[in-house]
Write a protein that binds this ligand. Structure first.
Ligand code: PLP
Length: 382
């Protein structure tokens, strides 16, 4: 990471104008393979695009820089990256400790793919450091943190958790999807690995799937690079290029997402139909102080609990017009979702189930007055 400003690095790191033509935006290397100058005569090391592609390499350098890490890897989706990391870090008999409020798909990956393969899983309240300490056993190899969490916007203390994990020799992983590297850099706070669904704020326009891993450890990086090549869930050139393009505006987008979310959160507090607003930028949010310490802003995600229960929550999510009812988050357009039947349907009926009166908002960068009007019109009167 150079000492240039984040916004400068987001625009320039990893790519230079094309040396052959001067094109300011480097070409999309939409190729599966590379000509060899005699057998094994690879130009710049490129042999076959599962192993490496210049458009993907640019993105990998960029994300590593923005997270302040030595090694970056880009994948076809966030979960593909998580899968590769877990394969690199675990073997049958190992144990994973995971936050009890992580993305439902992450829990499903470990619980339904890795547990049958011989991995043990325990979920824990990450804001309770004693509970985390107690959950770690001699077999624990991975502590999986998501902060802010999904969908209840819980904030856990990355530095304190990393200390607990490291004292037990555990790999500390942070899913930084909700914050984005603009607001939070987990490696600088003590984590070993950062994961992203680049589908969200990094891509930023709801037009591409992707995932990323960033780490400093050379040995782990070598395993991840091998698995990325051997298994093959890489981002294609077009997807990598779209993600790189999105990242160039990450700083200005996240500033606006955060300002809009803060204004909406403050407006909804005290609304007669709203029981509670979950947003770390509110002074009475239980994680506000930790968030203020480890993040540079509070982000564009918020959830609300409705007094009218499941019926009110379902009806509200189906009544907005600017906020589109859809899965996902982090795009320029506002989205509304009903976690218990959408993003977190896979954890219904378990200890991780999301209360049925919760609605999640991914606040976009539209005019905030229009967004507030849309929400107020859709909310039940009381
Ligand atoms: N992590 C978080 C916090 C997410 O919200 C998601 C997707 O919603 C993922 C990981 C998985 O990413 P993807 O959908 O790109 O596989």
């Amino acid at each position: 990471m150079s000492n240039q400003d984040f916004s400068t690095r987001a625009i320039h790191s990893g790519s230079e104008p094309d040396s052959a033509t001067g094109a300011v935006i480097p070409p999309i290397y939409q190729t599966s393979t590379y000509v060899q100058d005699g057998i094994g005569g690879f130009r710049n090391g490129y042999e076959y695009s599962r192993g490496g592609n210049p458009t993907r390499s640019s993105l990998e350098v960029l994300i590593a820089d923005l997270e302040g890490g030595k090694h970056g890897y880009s994948f076809s989706s966030g979960l593909a990256g998580e899968d590769i990391l877990l394969r690199a870090a675990l073997k049958p008999g190992d144990h994973v400790v995971m936050g009890n409020d992580v993305y439902g798909g992450t829990h499903r990956l470990v619980n339904r793919v890795f547990v049958p393969w011989g991995i043990a899983l325990d979920t824990v309240e990450l804001t309770d450091l004693d509970a985390v300490q107690a959950a770690i056993t001699p077999s624990t190899k991975v502590l999986w943190i998501e902060t802010p969490s999904n969908p209840l916007l819980k904030i856990s203390d990355i530095t304190a958790l990393a200390e607990i994990g490291h004292a037990a020799g555990v790999l500390v992983v942070v899913d930084n999807t909700f914050a984005s590297p603009y607001l939070q850099n987990p490696l600088a706070l003590g984590a070993d690995v950062v994961t992203h669904s680049t589908t969200k704020y990094l891509g930023g326009h709801s037009d591409v799937l992707g995932g990323a891993l960033v780490m400093n450890d050379d040995e782990l990086a070598e395993k991840v690079a091998f698995l990325q090549f051997a298994v093959g869930p890489v981002s294609g050139p077009m997807d990598a290029w779209l993600t790189t393009r999105g990242i160039k505006t990450l700083a200005v987008r996240v500033e606006r997402h955060s300002a809009n979310a803060q204004a909406i959160a403050e407006r909804l507090v005290g609304h007669p139909a709203v029981e509670r607003v979950y947003y770390p930028g509110l002074a009475d949010h239980p994680g506000h102080e930790v968030a203020a310490r480890q993040m540079r802003g509070f982000g564009g995600m918020l959830s609300i609990a409705l007094r009218g229960g499941a019926e009110a929550a379902r009806s509200f999510t189906e009544s907005t017009s600017l906020f589109h009812l859809a899965e996902s988050l982090g795009g320029v357009e506002s989205l509304i979702s009903y976690p218990s039947e959408m993003t977190h349907a896979s954890v219904r009926g378990t200890a991780l189930e999301v209360p049925e009166n919760i609605v999640r908002l991914s606040v976009g960068i539209e005019g905030v007055d229009d967004l507030i009007e849309d929400l107020l019109e859709a909310l039940p009167a009381s």
